[in-house]
Design a protein around this ligand. Structure first.
Ligand code: IPM
Ligand code: MG
Length: 370
């Protein structure tokens, strides 16, 4: 029986609450006896700052490197607004992404039929939606140097962030995009701002060249990122896979989340390069939503994005497609019963707590597994 090491990092706010539902799912999978997940848990984000004055400890980074997958909740909150920039909660997440080399962030936006009315858009626009935002995650303005605020000495300050991309960074994320598209509806849309940014010019050039060289069978389209944002809310079903840089991907994936009804629905996988020797990739799985401090501790958070993120771990890290499908179907099943957490409630549905939703999804999985 294969044994896998998982590092659980629940983080802040609703992170621990939604992670609790993943722990139930892990226990259920372990009890079925065709796989064994061994878990360890550590602090990250604001809670780690409170305990150790850093957003993530070196020991935890070492464990993340050694794990088969990292399962991440959420970080941040107003409590840590005044903390030093380098120690702010988000720094823990960014260090994980950068140090593990997790350049490919896959953010699927799927609109479950039962939820088409929870979206702020019309049912026909989102019903049956199934797209992927593929976000470059280790480059661009998030990590570019210089990144400074300088005092100009005349009562003025100057802040600089640097948007920078090398050919290889664009090429490797585009390759993931073409490969994902090939397994789906065979269409890749690349988004940048080549009309104002040099990185956009290079991005466009590199994606086009790779297409020409290796992926002519995939339909490639280019959109300016601002127009792309507009198209995402106008007619999102025109897309299959969207590949874009770190900052545009951050924004476009929040937009895509609302197409599915709630930020509480969007899972994500962050993957590194395939290691030629071990045939493994470093990987981290996290919901797209944040720590939601306003509802933390109330037991009302939606655990679906977190559970679906674990489903992505089964699919992308452990080759357990059958179990991953099972989780997706169990989520759809719980929703079809009319169960809703507060963020996705609608007329005639039954509002349930975080743990009731987790339990209902497990019960569905149990039914489907026989
Ligand atoms: C995300 C989040 C993060 C980001 C924050 C928490 C640093 O918004 O994963 O989309 O900006 O990448
Ligand atoms: Mg974001």
């Amino acid at each position: 029986m294969p044994t896998y090491k998982l590092l659980l990092l629940p983080g802040d706010g609703i992170g621990p609450e939604v992670m609790a539902e993943v722990k139930k799912l892990i226990a259920w999978l372990n009890a079925r006896e065709n796989v064994q997940f061994v878990t360890e848990e550590e602090l990250v984000g604001g809670c780690c700052y409170d305990a150790h004055e850093v957003a993530i400890q070196n020991e935890t980074m070492a464990k993340a490197h050694a794990a088969d997958a990292v399962i991440f909740g959420a970080v941040g909150g107003p409590k840590w607004d005044k903390v030093d920039y380098d120690a702010r909660p988000e720094a823990g997440l960014l260090r994980l992404r950068k140090d593990l080399g997790l350049f490919a962030n896959i953010r699927p936006a799927i609109c479950y039929p039962a939820l088409a009315d929870a979206s702020s858009l019309k049912r026909e626009v989102v019903d049956g939606l199934d797209i992927i935002i593929l976000r470059e995650l280790t480059g661009g303005v998030y990590f570019g140097e210089p990144k400074t605020i300088a005092d100009l000495g005349n009562g003025q300050k100057r802040a600089v962030d640097t948007q920078v991309y090398d050919t290889y960074e664009i090429e490797r994320i585009a390759r993931v995009g073409f490969e994902l598209a090939r397994k789906r509806r065979n269409k890749l849309t690349s988004m940048e701002k080549r009309n104002v940014m040099k990185t956009g010019v290079l991005w466009n050039e590199v994606v086009s060249a790779l297409h020409e060289r290796e992926f002519k069978d995939v339909a490639l389209e280019h959109q300016l990122a601002d127009a792309g944002g507009m198209q995402l809310v106008r007619w999102p079903k025109q897309f299959d896979v969207i590949v874009t840089d770190n900052l545009f991907g951050d924004m476009l994936s929040d937009i895509a989340a609302m197409l599915t009804g709630s930020l509480g629905m969007l899972p994500s996988a962050s993957l590194g390069e395939l290691d030629g020797r071990t045939r493994k990739r470093k990987a981290l799985y996290e919901p797209v939503h944040g720590s939601a401090p306003d509802i933390a501790g109330k037991g009302t958070a939606n655990p679906i994005a977190m559970l679906a993120s674990f489903g992505m771990a089964l699919r992308y890290s452990f080759n357990m497609d059958k179990e991953a499908d099972l989780i997706d179907r169990a989520i759809a099943g719980a929703l079809a019963q009319g169960l809703r957490t507060a963020d996705i409630k609608s007329e005639g549905s039954k509002v349930v707590s975080t743990s009731q939703m987790g339990d209902a999804i497990l019960r569905e999985a149990e039914k489907l597994a026989v």
